[in-house]
Ligand binder design. Structure first.
Ligand code: ATP
Length: 251
């Protein structure tokens, strides 16, 4: 599962997406239509894409309230309610999150089924990335619960042993290691935590980069890439993380 965060990720093709449909939930604004993209592989992914309107720069409490009202009442919970809860991969139940006096999330509830693609759209500062960070386990909610495959996620990333599930989060800023090449960035987890031979890792890196539309950049440093290329490299890194679970040795 790969989560994407940030408006600058678009337009971006979604590799290996298998969703039959995708949904958008809108934070702090009007809902737009769901969209579909073509099935390309059997592998299942959930992609949460956050898109904020660049001209609507609000981060105050009123926009947060709107966001959550909209989020809860007319979007994720009602666009397409899963008929069968056994197929629910992610559930947020009445999640609240504040930063100091800023009440960002106020009772966010939704379910995402296995294989669905969901986008969260809304003005800047309304909490889209915060939702993703809570799902990924990088932030703990103040109150409320997050369930992944029916198991409660209690907090930060190290707390979970949810069998067979890894979450890759592509940040708005690509968060690459500046001093490592593209190959080393994308293959980082495998170089550090697997016994896979280097040439096999290099091969996987090249394949995954090709899947996100990048060829021949393996030996470049992040500083030699454009902003969009950096994001694709970050996406490739998340995909490798997602697709090579068996090769990675537990710490
Ligand atoms: N660690 C933090 N400490 C304090 N405030 C934070 C923290 N993380 C987020 N915020 C605040 O929470 C609000 C929501 O942030 P978030 O990044 O979730 O918004 P967003 O909807 O993803 O915005 P954008 O579209 O601009 O990326 C913002 O006002 C932000 O300043």
């Amino acid at each position: 599962m790969v989560l994407l965060s940030g408006s600058a990720l678009f337009p971006l093709t979604i590799p290996n997406g298998d969703s039959r449909s995708a949904r958008f939930a809108v934070l702090g604004g009007k809902r737009i239509n769901s969209f579909c993209y073509k099935q390309r592989k059997e592998q299942r992914k959930v992609v949460c894409a956050c898109v904020a309107s660049p001209q609507n720069l609000r981060s105050d409490e009123s926009s947060a309230t709107k966001f959550n009202d909209s989020f809860k009442s007319e979007n994720l919970s009602t666009v397409r309610e899963p008929e069968d809860d056994s197929d629910v991969l992610i559930e947020c139940r009445n999640v609240y999150k504040s930063f100091g006096e800023k009440h960002i999330l106020r009772g966010v509830s939704f379910k995402i089924k296995h294989g669905e693609a969901v986008g969260i759209i809304g003005p800047s500062g309304t909490g889209k990335s915060t939702v993703l960070k809570i799902i990924a386990g990088l932030l703990a909610p103040d109150t409320g619960e997050v369930y992944i495959r029916g198991r409660r996620r209690a907090g930060l990333i190290s707390d979970e042993e949810i069998t067979g599930l890894r979450i890759g989060l592509v940040f708005q800023s690509a968060a690459l290691f500046d001093s490592l090449t593209v190959r080393e960035n994308v293959g980082f987890l495998l170089y550090e935590n697997s016994s896979m031979p280097d040439d096999k890792i290099a091969e996987l890196v090249t394949e995954t980069l090709a899947a996100v539309g990048l060829k021949g950049v393996e030996d470049r440093l992040p500083s030699e890439l454009s902003g969009g290329m950096k994001k694709r490299v970050a996406l490739a890194r998340s995909i490798i993380f997602d697709t090579t679970q068996e090769a990675v040795e537990p710490e």
